[in-house]
Design a protein around this ligand. Structure first.
Ligand SMILES: [Zn+2]
Ligand SMILES: [Zn+2]
Ligand SMILES: [Zn+2]
Ligand SMILES: [Zn+2]
Ligand SMILES: [Zn+2]
Length: 636
């Protein structure tokens, strides 16, 4: 990570960290000051050697479905190059993710003077390139003869739900919204007595004597004391055209809700069978995308497009028909996206591979082994299929970010996301991880019969009602007309499968000594009669860490799985917060989307859960309440 203005390294952050925990637009709290990761326009790969673009066509195509990312041609890892340890001042030190100091307002730790970096009163110091964390600013004024005292970022910023971030307006605030009566550029002091937000921080205008405590800026009432949002995107060094109508909130620099990544993720799948359509799809970009839909062009294209040579064995009519089918599927997908139908569907092809009776040929990125035939009798009613995913590769791409609230996992427009670049980017940052997993499919007859029983139940009714209210509470003003609150409802069976997934993840973590945060889940759920789905993938995907070398896959061995499942389901029967937890139901007004579930019995870390610990309820899996509601009324 480097500061572009001061041309120095200011810290080291793991590449994966630069994507999900902090990435474009996020504030990174360094020991002595804070920096903001700049937009993609400012990233530079010129001196980065040895990096390779990340190849995952399926994900790239999904990324492009977002209007903002239509020009993206490449997925790139964060810029990084070997050699920092050997030669800290050498070329490697010039490579990194560009940042700028933000907030630009600093406080002298000796005299409490508050001022902006532009004032020239603060100087940057980084004497030792081997120790980027020692980079710091000092108060470089004649008042301090000799060694200049340390200056630190004033730790307050303004942010709004539209993804904007701005300096805290100290002058405006200390003068209660008016200007200073004594000076056009008043001198301010900040007395920071520590502690958390506001309560202990006193601001004073030295010019006129006005003073105000920062606590008047925080909370609901504090919002009335703050000016309107200016629509600032400091990572892009610009302001939103047309401004912003949101009320800003004050945050401290380290607050976890200052930035949330918006990410798309895909598993690298083997080529879709040997079928011609699969092959056409695979080579779509280089061979067919530019081809006019008129079949007459095909014969000519065969003589000019080298990528078409591998299609020589098919005649024009057969190939044309396959191209037309693939084109229609792609157009359907693009149209769905235009209409705001949600995230691109990356799960269908994955489900098809996992649920197919024929296992695909193993590739370097993907290998499945079925243990269904060896499944012990005790588990026959619980799962219809069990697969060991011996190898998998997951690629994630950062498509945007939000502030204050995490992006909604179902509806990409419910929380406004901010752009990564000033102009439409031609690449976006991505990371890839290799891992392993287990795939479990719940018998369709069981799910379908259960769905019939619970759909009309009072408990499920409350889940649905809470979902509608939750969304209605969040819909941005420009989407209020015609808003369908139940749109994107994940479905009844999602709740049961998701709960089961958490139970298994928690048991695996306990049993194998995994940190549960190193596990991820994907739920494949649909009650659609034409294409019912009911599967869970639990997998390891820990960037920059050692693989788990078969530890997770071995959990699906026929001699281990029954114990794991039995334990997970029996654990689900009780929670130390019962009866409170067991009786909990979502209440529309209370703004949460889980039933019998809590930190003690079901929740997992934010990085593990694909839905932010929503849509969980033990009563739909095991008989803690009415046995009629439980997917498994009798435990194995
Ligand atoms: Zn000072
Ligand atoms: Zn004043
Ligand atoms: Zn705003
Ligand atoms: Zn509980
Ligand atoms: Zn989850």
């Amino acid at each position: 990570m480097r500061d572009a203005t001061y041309r120095r390294r200011v810290g080291a952050v793991r590449p994966s960290h630069l994507m999900f925990t902090s990435g474009v637009g996020s504030l990174v709290d360094l020991p002595n000051f804070a920096v903001l990761v700049r937009g993609l326009d400012d990233w530079n790969y010129t001196n980065a050697h040895g990096w390779e673009r990340i190849d995952e066509p399926r994900l790239l195509e999904a990324v492009r479905q977002n209007k903002r990312n239509r020009r993206v041609k490449e997925l790139r890892p964060a810029p990084w190059t070997e050699g920092m340890e050997a030669n800290p001042g050498g070329p490697a030190s010039l490579v990194g993710v560009p940042t700028l100091p933000f907030p630009g307002c600093f406080r002298c730790t000796a005299c409490n003077d508050l001022g902006s970096l532009d004032s020239g009163a603060f100087a940057f110091e980084n004497t030792n390139p081997r120790r980027p964390h020692e980079a710091r600013f000092v108060h470089n004024v004649s008042r301090h003869p000799g060694r200049k005292p340390l200056a630190v970022s004033a730790r307050f910023v303004l942010t709004c739900a539209n993804g904007h971030l701005d300096e805290f307006p100290y002058v405006h605030f200390v003068h209660q919204g008016a200007s200073c009566a004594k000076a056009s550029h008043p001198s301010l002091q900040m007395d920071d007595r520590g502690g958390n937000i506001g309560a202990n921080v006193e601001l004073t205008c030295v010019s006129c004597g006005a003073h105000r405590n920062m606590r008047w800026a925080s909370g609901e009432r504090g919002q009335d004391n703050l000016p309107r949002c200016r629509g600032r995107h400091p990572h892009l060094r610009r302001f939103e055209e047309g401004g912003c109508d949101a009320r800003p909130k004050v945050l401290v620099v380290g607050a976890s809700n200052q930035w949330f990544s918006q990410v798309l993720s895909a598993l690298a799948l083997p080529p879709a069978g040997a079928g011609l359509e699969g092959l056409v799809d695979k080579h779509w970009e280089e061979a067919f995308a530019a081809l006019p839909p008129n079949p007459e062009f095909l014969a000519y294209a065969r003589t000019t497009v080298p990528a078409l040579r591998q299609f020589e064995q098919w005649d024009d009519a057969t190939l044309s028909a396959a191209i037309a089918k693939v084109r229609a599927a792609k157009e359907g997908q693009a149209q769905e996206e235009e209409q705001g139908q949600g995230y691109p569907d990356l799960r269908t092809p994955e489900w098809k591979v996992f649920s197919s009776p024929d296992l695909p040929d193993p590739t370097e990125d993907f290998a499945l082994r079925s243990v269904t035939a060896e499944l012990p009798a005790s588990l026959k009613g619980v799962f219809s299929d069990v697969l060991q995913v011996e190898r998998l590769r997951e690629v994630r791409a950062l498509t945007g970010f939000t502030r204050l609230e995490a992006p909604d996992p179902d509806d990409p427009e419910l929380v406004t996301s901010a752009p990564l670049a000033r102009v439409e980017p031609e690449w976006i940052p991505a990371s890839e991880v290799r891992g392993e997993g287990i795939f479990l499919r719940v018998p369709e007859e069981l799910l379908a019969a259960w769905e019939k029983k619970v759909t009309g139940s009072e408990a499920m009714g409350l889940h649905r009602q809470a979902y509608a209210t939750y969304r209605a509470n969040r819909v941005p003003p420009h989407r209020r007309s015609g808003f369908e609150p139940m749109r994107f409802w994940p479905g009844e069976r999602y709740i049961a499968l998701h709960t089961l997934s958490h139970l298994l993840i928690r048991t695996i973590a306990l049993d194998c000594g995994y940190n549960s945060a190193s596990l991820s889940e994907r739920i494949y759920a649909s009650g659609d009669a034409d294409d019912p789905r009911g599967g869970i993938l639990i997998y390891t995907a820990v960037p920059d860490a050692e693989g788990t070398l078969g530890g997770l896959v071995s959990q699906a061995e026929p001699d281990r799985l029954p114990r794991l499942v039995r334990r997970a389901l029996h654990e689900a029967m009780r929670c130390s917060s019962d009866p409170l937890c067991a009786e909990r139901l979502p209440q529309a007004q209370a703004d949460f989307l889980h039933g019998a579930a809590c930190h003690v019995c079901l929740f997992v870390s934010e990085t593990t859960c694909e839905r932010g610990n929503r849509f969980l309820d033990r009563r739909f899996v095991v008989p803690i309440g009415s046995p009629d509601l439980a997917l498994y009324p009798e435990l194995p």
